[in-house]
Design a protein around this ligand. Structure first.
Ligand code: TYD
Length: 194
């Protein structure tokens, strides 16, 4: 089973993933993330801090990182029969690059999705930490160019579209509440899924 966590910056994903790592139900699971810690992921991080990065080039960097992540980490672990938990995955691309590229394509979310379809491995379930863009931007401290409320509002709209298109795959959790409540709900959801 491939379980992914998605949400805006500042939604508390990192805290929730740390809690999942401690869950006995997930002992033996492979925990991973995008951007990855490989050199492909490093290239993505360089782009993230470049305010002038070309958004289309950036899409391909993230997508290259995803391709390597799939072949080196995700698929081998799934083939071994393990549960894989990924902190961000393909939906981050559809939502975030769907927003950075909205003026380059008529339907950027769909364009980015189509780019992935022939080779990606879709998640079985996705926990979506839902937070309003203002709270997300405030909590994340705006440490990169994506963390402004107006950009996050576009990203959130894209996530909503993805949820509406696959309601059975997403589990929505209200992440505007105190982190303890969010963490508890994420743990319960993940344990039920497993
Ligand atoms: P994030 O998981 O928030 O990393 P960290 O915990 O180190 O802050 O991801 C970094 C940023 O990258 C975040 O603003 C979302 C963005 N991002 C994309 O734009 N597209 C993608 O495909 C991914 C995986 C992340």
């Amino acid at each position: 089973m491939l379980l992914t966590l998605e949400g805006l910056d500042g939604s508390g994903k990192t805290t929730c993933v740390a809690a999942l790592r401690e869950s006995p139900a997930l002992a033996g699971a492979t925990f991973t993330r995008e951007p990855t810690t490989s050199w492909y992921g490093e290239a993505v991080r360089r782009s993230l801090v470049d305010d002038d990065a070309d958004p289309l080039a950036e899409l391909f960097l993230y997508t290259a990182d995803h391709a390597a992540h799939l072949s080196r980490t995700v698929k081998p672990a799934l083939d071994r029969g393990e549960v894989v938990v990924s902190d961000r995955y393909s939906d981050s691309r559809y939502a975030y690059q769907g927003a950075t590229l909205s003026d380059r394509f008529d339907d950027a979310v769909e364009t980015v999705r189509e780019l992935h379809q022939p080779w990606t491995c879709p998640p079985d379930a996705t926990i979506y930490l839902d937070i309003d863009p203002e709270t997300g931007a405030r909590r994340s401290g705006a440490t990169n160019k994506f963390e402004t409320a107006s950009y996050l509002a576009d990203v959130r709209e894209n996530y909503e579209r993805l949820v509406a298109a696959a309601p059975d795959r997403f589990i929505r959790i209200d992440a505007s509440r105190p982190v303890d409540a969010v963490r508890r709900d994420v743990l319960t959801a993940a344990e039920q899924l497993i």
